[in-house]
Write a protein that binds this ligand. Sequence first.
Ligand code: WTA
Length: 660
Amino acid sequence: MTTPRVENEAFEALLHEQRRFSPSEAFVQQANATAELYAEANADPEAWWAEEARRLTWSTPFTKVLEWDAPFARWFSDGTLNASVNCLDRHVEDGRGEKVALHWVGEPEGDRLAITYSEMLAKVSKAANALTSLGVQAGDRVAIYMPMIPEAMVAMLACARIGAPHSVIFGGFSAEALADRILDADCRVVITADGGFRRGVAAGLKVQIDDALKLCPDVDRVLVVRRTGQDVTWVEGRDRWWHEVVDPQPSVHEAQAFPAEHPLYIMYTSGTTAKPKGIFHTTGGYLTHTATTHRYVFDVKPETDIFWTAADIGWVTGHSYIVYGPMTNGVTQVMYEGTPDAGGQDRWWRIIEEYGVTILYCAPTAIRTFMKWGDHLPASHDLTSLRLLGSVGEPINPGAWMWYRTHIGGDRCPIVDTWWQTETGGIMITPLPGVTATKPGAGMVPFPGISADVVDNDGASVSNGQGGLLVITRPWPGMLRGIWGDEERYRETYWSRFDGVYFAGDGAKRDEDGDLWLLGRVDDVMNVSGHRLSTAEVEHAIVGHPAVAEAAVVGASDEMTGQAIVAFVTLKAANQVASGGEAALIEEIRNHIAQVISPIAKPRQIILTPDLPKTRSGKIMRRLLRDVAEHRALGDVTTLTDPAVVKMIDELMASHGEEE
Ligand code: WTA
C-alpha cells in the first residue's frame, strides 16, 4: 500500500494559499441546509437519520433504527416500504402527477421527450406487470444493459417495485465482462436495447448480450427495447421486444411493501483482484441516505429546480443521483443520452440553456475536457439559470475547480465536491451549500451524521496538516450490506485493515484548518476518467492474449483523465517480435482488452519488455513501475532481483515517448 502523495506543486501552493469562497448571503437565506445540522446530527446520528427516514413513505413504520453487528449493519429493519412507491406513487397521490419527472434528450438532434410523474408511474406499472408475467419474483435478480433512455429508469423502478434486485451493467462493458456479472448474480432475465446512439452512430448492445449469453445458459428471457432500429439477431423463445410485452400490460400495479433490508440492487465494481465485486444495497437505509444527501447537498427545491446529473445510469452516480435520490424527492430532471460533443462541443451548454437547468452534477474529467475545448463555448450560451454545481468521481484539481466556478458557474454558484463510492451508496464528504465555505479542490467535511477520519498506518488519527488513509468510523444508512455471495471477501476488503472501521481505499489529507482533501486511491484500483478499474482485471485480460507471458499494469497520473493505464508486457518466447513489428501486436493487445472488458480499459501505453521488476519473493514491483510510468526518479531498488530490469524499462519508456 502506498502512502498518498499530494498531486503536484500547484495543488500544494493552493493548499497553502487557503483560498476560500464563503456562501453568499442570498444563498444562505434560502438554503435547505443550516449550520445547526452538524450539531443536531452529531449529537445523536441515529436519531437524526431516523428523523430523515420518516420523510419516506413507509407501509409499516420502523421502530428499530440501527442494529450493528460489525461489520454487518441493519437500518430500520422492522419497517416495510417500496422504493418505487417512494419514487413515484406518493408524488402522484400528493397531486404532483402532472409535474415533469424527466426531460429526456436523445443524442440525435430533436429527439426528446417530457415524461410526467403520472406517465412514469404508468410505464413502471406496465413494466412491473410484464416482469411478473415473465415469471420474475421478489428476490430474483434481473440484469439491465441499456443506453441512457427512459426505459433504463423504468426497468430499474419496475424491478424495485416487485422486489427483484437489479444489476445494471454499464453499456460500455463487453460480452465477457457482461457474462461474468450475469453469472455471478445468477440473473435469469436480461433487459437490454438493440443499441444506443453514441457520437452519432447507433452502437450495438443486443449483439454484446448475444455473445455474453453463450456463456450464460440459465438466462431464459431477454427483453429488448427498440431504440435505434438496427438489425438484431433473435433467439426464438428467449428474446422478446419490450414494446410487445410491456405496452399491452395494465397501467396499474398494486405494489407490495418489502422489509427495509430487502436487497434493492447489485452494482459490480472493480476491486484489487481481477474478479469484480457485486456490491449490494438494500432499501430503507439506502433511500434515506440518497434522498437526504440529495436534499441538502444539492439544495433541491422540487417546485422550481431542474436537476441534471450528467452521468451514466450504469454507474452508482446514476443509481443514487438520477434514479433513487432525485425521484424520491420528486424533482424534475434532465437525462441526456449521448456524448458531450454530439452535435457540437457546446451540446451540454445548449441543453442547460434550453431547459433552464439549475443544478449540474458531473465529473472532473468532463470539466477538464471542456476546458480544453475552450471558454468560448460556454460563453456563447446563457447559463444564468444555474445556481449550484457539483463534482464527483475523482479528485478535482484546483485549476479545474476554478474554471468550473468561473466559466460555468459565473462566479456565483457554490461548488460541492462530493466524495463517495459505490460501496457508500451516497455522498459522504462534501461541503453543504449555504453553510460551508469552500476551497478549490477540497472535499471539506463529512456530511452530517457521517463520521470520517484520516489515520496513519496504525490507525491513529493524523493531526492537521498531515496525510493518511481515509476511514469511516461509524455505520451509515446507505452503506453496502455486503459483496454478493461472498461474506468473507466483504470482511476482508473493507474491515480487516483497521478493526471495526471501514477502510475506503483512498488517501486523504487534513489541512491546517482540519478540512479534508481527497487524494485518490492508495490500492491497486485505478480511476480513469472517473471509471473505476482494477490493475489486476486489466492484467488478467492482457495475459489472456495468446502471445503474452506476463503483464503488470499501473495507473499513471494523466492531465486529462486523472489516471491513465500503462501496461508493461512480456511475451512468450515464441512470440518475440522483431523491432518494428511491435506496433501491430500492441494494437492487437489493446483490442483484445476492449473485447474482454471494455474500450474504457484500453491502456494509454503498452510497453513490451523482456522482463518485469520483481521482489525477491517474486512480487511485481508496481510502485516502481508507477514511478517509471510517471517519469519519476527511481527510488530504492535494493529489493529487486534484477535492478537492471527497471533501468531497461525506463529506457524503453523514454524511447517510446509519452503517447503511442
Ligand atoms: C474516487 C463514484 C476524490 C475515490 C461515486 C473513490 C473521488 C472512487 C471523489 C469511487 C471525489 C469519488 N474526490 N476522489 N469527490 N469521488 N472519488 O465507486 O477514489 O465509481 O474511492 O463511485 O472514486 O468510485 P465509484
